[in-house]
Design a protein. Structure first.
Length: 403
């Protein structure tokens, strides 16, 4: 009887131990499942070091600590694709924290011209995926802007180059370095036909969904009418991934002449000649030509050179209409052949570079006005078409001089 009781007791104890084991297993599994649910890992940053090592930042936005167990890297460029697995040694990442420099100790040397897919696995089984690709394999949106759009000789021009990283799955490793090539239509290249770089940009890391702006500042000295060409891209960019724009060297632009009632520019900006405009009256809808002109007085004891004169003639009304005093057409720009008749001086040319603008120009042989003297420029102009509203016209005169 005693032996039977002892045997029954052993069976009960064994059953209880088995039940404890099962219970503990269920507890461990529940704890593991809970930890897995509370882990939320992601790869927030990924780049390649100067030593061609992978460098990632893994973030855990969950409430439980995660253990980084392994990493899988697939070479997507190789044919067939090659997969590598590396042990991360259960590197801990606390909840609401991140771990930097993940992957820097791996034996893998990353190739900058290769596309990789990357997966990080935790001890609980959670994963985070990302990838890197070479700049030579993607075409990024680019744009280029020249400020100012028309450049004066002997002044600075700013080139703004924007690049947007519109990738969604892959990251660009490291900094992107901008490149800029530029050329002038003048020749020969020298003191009077050259660029001198003042500011050059440095490379930037452009995260997914971000835009970077690169800026160059260069000094330009070139003859009037020179065409400037700018070609911007990125170092090692994909073939065809670039932008080109052109600008012009001009002593005066249409925009400058359109809003200034009077502007006199001297080479040394120390003196201003006196300007006396000559306006016809009346000047309206008539086939008769009328005289326009300007008298320029030199107030200093040096010879003054006049290279360009610009008249701006516009009249906006309440409805936004622009009445023009000059009849424009395709060729010549000022209307009929008799649209502009040079009266005095008999050199240079009178043209209409735009609607409502008359310009005299002789940059190769400017008119020279002796010290304390004056010179007059007169042109006969055919009127344009005006309405019965008899609008008032805003007239501006701009004179460009040098000494």
């Amino acid at each position: 009887m005693i032996l039977v009781m002892i045997g029954a007791l052993n069976v009960i104890l064994l059953a209880m131990r088995q039940q404890d084991t099962v219970t503990q297993t269920l507890i461990d599994k529940s704890s593991s499942s809970l930890s897995r649910l509370n882990e939320q890992i992601s790869i927030t940053d990924i780049k390649v070091t100067n030593g061609n090592k992978l460098n990632m930042t893994v973030a855990n936005s969950g409430g439980s600590a995660a253990k980084l167990a392994s990493i899988y890297i697939v070479n997507e460029t190789a044919s067939p694709k090659t997969q590598y697995r590396y042990d991360l040694g259960n590197d801990p990442v606390d909840g609401r924290a991140s771990k930097t420099n993940v992957g820097t100790s791996l034996a893998l040397n990353v190739k900058t011209d290769t596309k990789y897919s990357i997966k990080v696995v935790t001890a609980a089984g959670n994963t985070a995926t990302s990838g890197i690709t070479s700049i030579s394999r993607v075409a990024l949106p680019m744009s280029i802007t020249i400020v100012p759009p028309t450049v004066s000789p002997g002044s600075n021009v700013t080139v703004l180059f924007t690049v947007t990283n519109n990738l969604t799955e892959y990251n660009l490793p490291g900094s992107l370095n901008p490149t800029l090539s530029k050329s002038l239509s003048c020749s020969p290249v020298g003191v009077g036909c050259q660029f001198i770089d003042k500011i050059n940009p440095v490379g930037q890391v452009i995260q997914k969904g971000s835009t970077a702006i690169f800026q160059w500042v260069t000094w330009v000295n070139a003859p009037d009418g020179t065409v400037l060409t700018f070609n911007a891209s990125l170092a090692n960019a994909k073939t065809g991934n670039f932008v080109i724009t052109k600008s012009n060297v001009n002593i005066v632009t249409q925009s400058q002449g359109s809003f200034q009632a009077e502007q006199v520019v001297g080479a040394d900006l120390l003196v201003k000649p006196e300007v006396f405009p000559i306006f016809p009256g009346p000047f309206g809808a008539s086939s008769q030509l009328s005289l326009w002109g300007v008298s320029i007085a030199n107030p200093v004891n040096q010879t003054m050179k006049v290279s360009r004169i610009v008249f701006t003639l516009t009249s906006p009304d309440a409805q936004g209409n622009q009445y023009q005093l000059i009849t424009p057409s395709a060729s010549p720009l000022c209307g009929s052949v008799a649209g502009l008749q040079m009266i005095y001086h008999l050199h240079g040319t009178w043209t209409c570079p735009g609607t409502g603008i008359m310009m005299w120009r002789d940059t190769s042989s400017p008119e020279q006005i002796p010290a304390y003297s004056a010179a007059t420029f007169i042109v006969r102009v055919q009127p344009g078409t005006v309405t019965s509203d008899e609008p008032a016209f805003i007239t501006g005169v701009t004179v460009f001089t040098s000494y």
